[in-house]
Design a protein around this ligand. Structure first.
Ligand code: ASP
Length: 330
């Protein structure tokens, strides 16, 4: 089953098509010649986390197609919303883009009542890059041996355990909020500037557990530096064949898969968006890119799910979904 049909089956997508806006500040000639200089790709989290890794894998190939370098700029803070607000205000000329995700472009909306941008009104969707299943992870010497023991332990020690995340509204934050509400527990949250540094803390045994996108977990799980209790998707992931699903592990209510996608500031001219979308699609068809993404457990979107319209529909559905379940952070 493709990632998108899986997402649909758990009700993530609203059947509403987005409309790609027309630019006003870039001349038609400039749009036709685009790009004539390097492009900045803002990553709203620290280096080494899933967003950073996915952005680097895909943009390295896009740069070859576009004939210009794409410079990754990690801009951290406030669960990715600081960087996303900056990207929303950037010139809409195609030279500043952002790799956002389910947090920055959906879950942040209900959590930050004064959010300085709106994912739908302030951005043009460019392309979905990857679906990223969520895992329940823990430091390797955390006492519980399996998911059942984990649930019992967390319930009995709710106030004593802590959970790492990448800031309010990040994927790791809202995924664990979902898990914690299912378990009716309130562990201490420990924020980091991304789950790259959060993973380092987990490996070092400084935090107890984390719910995060599969991408930077696979190498650590395979190296035995952390433990994975379960993957929150209906099926096991080929990159981690030994990790049971939450359903297999007795926690079927916890289902979570995030995603990463490229966005441009609102009003970026349509010809530029089309070039960027085509370059992203070409990257996702490249054997080397696919291999890297798949070995890290990502779910590569099928061609029909790579269009700006499909991404607009995904964002609309996700904003609605998270707005229904999350309340402003206190
Ligand atoms: N996975 C992170 C999150 O929890 C962010 C990151 O990519 O570092 O939102």
């Amino acid at each position: 089953m493709s990632w998108c049909s899986r997402a649909r089956s758990i009700g993530w997508l609203a059947a509403v098509a987005g409309i790609v806006g027309l630019g006003v500040s870039t001349t038609p000639a400039a749009a036709q010649n685009y790009p004539t200089r390097s492009i900045t790709m803002i990553v709203p989290f620290a280096a080494g986390g899933p967003t950073d890794v996915i952005a680097r894998i895909v943009t390295a190939h896009m740069a070859q197609t576009l004939g210009q370098s794409i410079i990754i700029e990690n801009v951290v803070g406030a669960g990715g919303t600081t960087a996303t607000a900056r990207a929303a205000r950037a010139a809409n000329d195609g030279y500043t883009l952002i790799t956002g995700h389910m947090g920055t472009h959906a879950a942040a909306v209900p959590l930050y009542p004064k959010l300085a941008y709106h994912p739908e009104r302030d951005f043009e969707p460019v392309a979905l890059l990857a679906g990223t299943p969520i895992l329940i992870l823990a430091r390797k010497d955390f006492a519980p041996k399996d998911t059942k023991e984990f649930v019992d332990y967390i319930k009995a020690n709710s106030e004593k355990v802590n959970a790492a995340h990448a800031g309010v509204g990040s994927v790791s934050h809202v995924s664990c909020e979902l898990l914690n509400s299912i378990l009716d527990v309130k562990p201490v949250g420990v924020p980091f500037n991304g789950t790259g540094p959060a993973m380092n803390a987990l490996v070092a045994g400084q935090v107890d557990y984390m719910c995060d996108q599969i991408v930077n977990a696979v190498p650590q799980i395979n190296a035995g530096t952390i433990k994975a209790y379960a993957i929150a998707t209906p099926e096991r992931n080929p990159a981690l064949p030994n990790v049971p699903t939450t359903t297999e592990a007795g926690l079927p209510k916890f289902q979570a898969q995030a995603w990463n996608a490229i966005f441009a500031p609102k009003g970026t001219p349509a010809p530029i968006l089309a070039k960027l979308n085509a370059a992203a699609a070409k990257a996702l068809d490249d054997e080397g890119v696919r291999k890297r993404l798949l070995e890290l457990g990502s779910v590569i979107p099928a061609p029909a799910d790579r269009t700006p319209e499909a991404l607009a529909a995904l964002v609309k559905g996700e904003v609605a979904k998270w707005s229904a379940v999350l309340k402003p952070a206190s």
